[in-house]
Structures are given as C-alpha cells and as structure tokens.
Ligand binder design. Structure first.
Ligand code: 6PG
Length: 473
C-alpha cells in the first residue's frame, strides 16, 4: 500500500475519468484512481508520466490512499452503477467525506443519494460536467450543486480544471442546493438536443432545396461560425462536412446512417417540463425528431406510399442561405429561452436558488452548447433578473424582431417543399403563441364544459361557471 495520501479520488477510469484525472494533476492536484476493470487502472498508470497520479486495485486500497476528509469523484455510467459504487464505498468512508457524482444522473436520484449519505454525515454532490473527452482533459464546463460548504472545499480545484473564458473566467460556479447541478446539466442537454436538431434541419433544407454539396455546406457553416451564430456545434458541423471517409471515396457524412440514438437526458428534460407545465416545445420537437429518426425501416416504406408536394419551385441559393441564417439564429434564441424558463420554474419548485445569469456565464466555455450568444443571455439576466422569459428582455426581443422575416420565409419554403423542419417551425409557433395576448383557449374551455361540465371562467366577471351548451340559442 502506498504511504502517500492523495488529494482527490476518481472512480471510473474510462476516457472521461482518465482525462479529468490528468487535467487535475496538470493543475497541481494529486489523484488516486480506481476502476473495477483493472485494464483501465493499467491504462492510467501507463499514461500518467511523472504526474502525481496513482492507480489502486481495490476499494479499500483506494479509500486508504486518500487524504481525509476524502473527496471522491465518480465518472461512471448513470443509473444503478452509481448506487452500486456508493453502496460499496459507504462502509469504508468516514463522516465529512464527500462523493461527487460527475455523470449525467437523473436529478431525483441525486436527491435520494444526497439524503441517504447525509444520515451518516457524509456529503453527496451532483456535478454536471460537459465538454466530452477533450473538455474533460483541457477544461470542461462544470455545473455543481449541493451543500455549499462541501462545494467550498472543492471550489479551488474545480475552478482550476474548468474551461476559462477570456483566459481568466472559470466555467464553474456553485449553482444551488440539492440536485441543482444535475438539473442544470439535464437542461443543458435538452438545449443541446434542440440546437443539434435545428442545425440538422437547416442542413436538410440546404441540401434538398438549395442543392448545396458538402464543400458548400462546409463553407456556409464556417462563415456562420464567424458571425452571431458562432458556437461549438456550428463549428463542429463545418468540420464534419469536410471530412473524407477512409473506407470509400466519399465524404464521411454521406456514409453515416440517418438514425440517431440517445441516452435519455433530452427526454428527461421534456418529461420534467411537462410535469412543471413549462412549455419547451422546440426541445420536445427535437426529442421527437430523434425518435422519428429511429424509425428508419418504416420511413423507407413510407417514402413510397405517402405523397409530398409536386413541382416545387427552386430558391436562389444565396437568398436561401441568408434566410436560413436568420431562421437558425431566431430558433436558437427560442431554445435558450425555453431552457432558461424551465430552470427558472424548477428553481422555485425544487428550491435550488439558481442565478440564471451565472448559469449562462458558465455555459460560455467548455460545454457542448457554448456560444457567443450566451454572453448576451447572461447580460440580459443581469439587467433584468426576474424577467418571465428571455424573449422579453429588450435586447433579445430586438434580436428576434430583426430575424423573424427569415424564419417566416423558411417555414413557408419548407412547408411548400415538403422538407421537415419540426424544431424550426415549432420555434416560430412558440414565438407567435407567446406574443399573442389572446389565444383560442376560450374555445378549449367551452369544449371542456360542453362535454364534461368542467366549468369555465369568464373574461368579464369573477367566478366559475357552467352552461348547458347544447341548448339552441
Ligand atoms: C456533454 C454531453 C454529454 C453526452 C450527451 C449525449 O455535455 O458533454 O451532453 O453529456 O455526450 O449526454 O447524449 P445523448 O446520447 O442522449 O445524445
């Protein structure tokens, strides 16, 4: 057994875990690691160089190798494995020890685990980590929640390893109590689903209606990435169109099956938004679109059976690109607005105490949804913290007004051409619904009262009313 005691422990030494360990060590922290799969421990030891990194081969050896009170980070798959690891560790730990779950756990599981460990005076924190493998290695965005004094113990390390905006501003902040960190990460992923779907729909219209080839698509996204759409997802999209396939003479993108999987965080976002009755329809549309992408076999049959429009007129390429830039920008704003609205409501419901300006700030670097726009979003919530929806901030409302022509024309073009743009069209519908003081829900009320005597409210006096609707006037 090694005599030296290490600052931090890491359980789960797959690529993400290992990369985070090396990131921590590069910032001066000593780390001891453990993985059930001893090959991963071997890999850690092979790749560690002269860093203060140590591999252990049993939970007891791992726990004994750590300074007390211990700080143990988990980077293991969400779900039952987290419980299995915690249950194995718990008898070996002492009061004040802290476990940080850095995976994409469901926030309700985090609440249960936090309460269970608190009974033995141990701490559990749900910590969202975004940025994939390279983020873990060179600076992720980190979304921690839980006990504030436990956070204070690890804040210097988290700040050191996180991504930095403008070279100095760390992409980490204490977000709030309980499962706040995992909740914010879940919504981050919901936004991620929405943005990916919008970009993909834009690609389909450019390809099918505009007739753009991969070189042209690369150029379009590259150019967009130099403007207000600048973001990680737009930049990797530009790269993707440029990549050649090693197995054929084609571009790799054309050899990838058009059916995408999912681990579930997008659906969790939609489920919780439905439970809280907060509309996030663009994210819902994105989750649904992913599910539809999974129906590949039946779509192949349906293409023969279901008729689309005939004789679709061609649009000028340049004009199409310019309109799509506006449409994508507009729809992107609505996605962030919906994610933020959900966080605002969840913060009240679950008593997180979130600061939305701060959330937007730590998303500016390191994470998958990082974008120049987040600077403006953060500023909007600093200026008007209690605002009901991001779209109502003066600056953001002006951005939407300035790009609405594009999305209206694109929705029309897509409908006319029969090209599916569910998330884009939903973004426009959300905006138009939101900005209508009057909606036809009077008719909904009347229908409910008609068929089920559910009663209705009037717009001219207080009270609850019921009418016999089937009587002739
Ligand atoms: C991140 C990503 C990461 C993961 C996604 C993939 O922030 O680094 O969101 O957490 O790659 O969860 O999700 P799906 O498999 O559901 O697309």
């Amino acid at each position: 057994m090694s005599e030296q005691k290490y600052d931090y422990g890491m359980i789960g030494l797959g690529t993400m875990g290992r990369n985070l360990v090396f990131n921590m060590a590069d910032h001066g922290f000593s780390v001891s690691g453990f993985d059930q799969d001893t090959r991963q421990v071997d890999n850690l030891e092979k790749e560690r160089g002269d860093r203060k990194v140590h591999g252990t081969r049993s939970p007891q050896e791992f726990v004994d190798s750590l300074k007390q009170p211990r700080v143990i980070m988990l980077l293991v798959p969400a779900g039952k494995i987290v419980d299995a690891v915690v249950n194995e560790l718990k008898p070996l730990l002492s009061p004040e020890d802290l476990i940080m779950d850095c995976g994409n756990s469901h926030y309700t599981d985090t609440d249960i685990r936090t309460a269970a460990l608190a009974k033995d005076n141990m701490h559990f924190m749900g910590v969202g980590v975004s940025g994939g493998e390279s983020g873990a290695r060179f600076g992720p965005s980190i979304m921690p929640g839980g006990n504030k004094s436990a956070y204070d113990r690890v804040a210097p390390m988290l700040e050191a390893v996180s991504a930095k905006v403008n070279n100095t501003e760390p992409c980490v902040a204490y977000l709030g109590t309980g499962s706040a960190g995992h909740y914010v990460k879940m919504v981050h992923n919901g936004i991620e689903y929405g943005l990916m779907q919008l970009i993909s729909e834009t690609y389909q219209l450019l390809k099918e209606t505009g007739g753009l080839n991969n070189d042209e698509l690369h150029e379009v996204f590259k150019t967009w990435n130099e403007g207000r759409l600048q973001s990680y997802l737009i930049s990797i999209t530009a790269d993707i169109f440029n990549q050649n396939d090693e197995l054929t003479n084609n571009r790799l993108i054309d050899m990838v099956l058009d059916s995408a999987g999912q681990k579930g965080t997008g659906a969790w976002t939609s489920e919780d938004a439905m439970a809280l009755q907060i509309p996030i329809p663009v994210i819902d549309a994105a989750v649904t679109a992913r599910n539809l992408s999974g129906l590949k076999e039946v779509r192949v049959v349906a293409q023969q059976k279901l008729k689309g429009p005939e004789g679709v007129s061609k649009t000028d390429k340049k004009e199409l690109i310019a309109l799509l830039e506006q449409a994508l920008y507009f729809a992107t704003i609505t996605i962030y607005s919906q994610g933020m609205a959900l966080l605002q409501r969840a913060s009240v419901e679950y008593k997180y105490g979130l600061n939305l300006s701060e959330v937007a700030k730590i998303w500016r670097g390191g994470c998958i949804i990082r974008a120049t726009l987040l600077e403006q979003i953060s500023a909007a919530y600093t200026q008007q913290p209690g605002i009901a929806n991001l779209m109502l901030s003066d600056a953001i409302a002006a951005e939407l007004a300035g790009s609405q022509t594009g999305i209206r024309k694109i929705a029309g073009l897509a409908a006319e051409a029969g090209v599916p743009m569910p998330a884009t069209m939903t973004a426009l519908a959300y905006y138009d619904t939101y900005r209508h003081a009057w909606l036809p829900a009077n008719l909904l009320q009347a229908q409910r009262d008609y068929f089920g005597a559910h009663t209705y409210k009037r717009n001219d006096r207080e009270g609850v009313f019921h009418s016999h609707w089937n009587q002739k006037a």
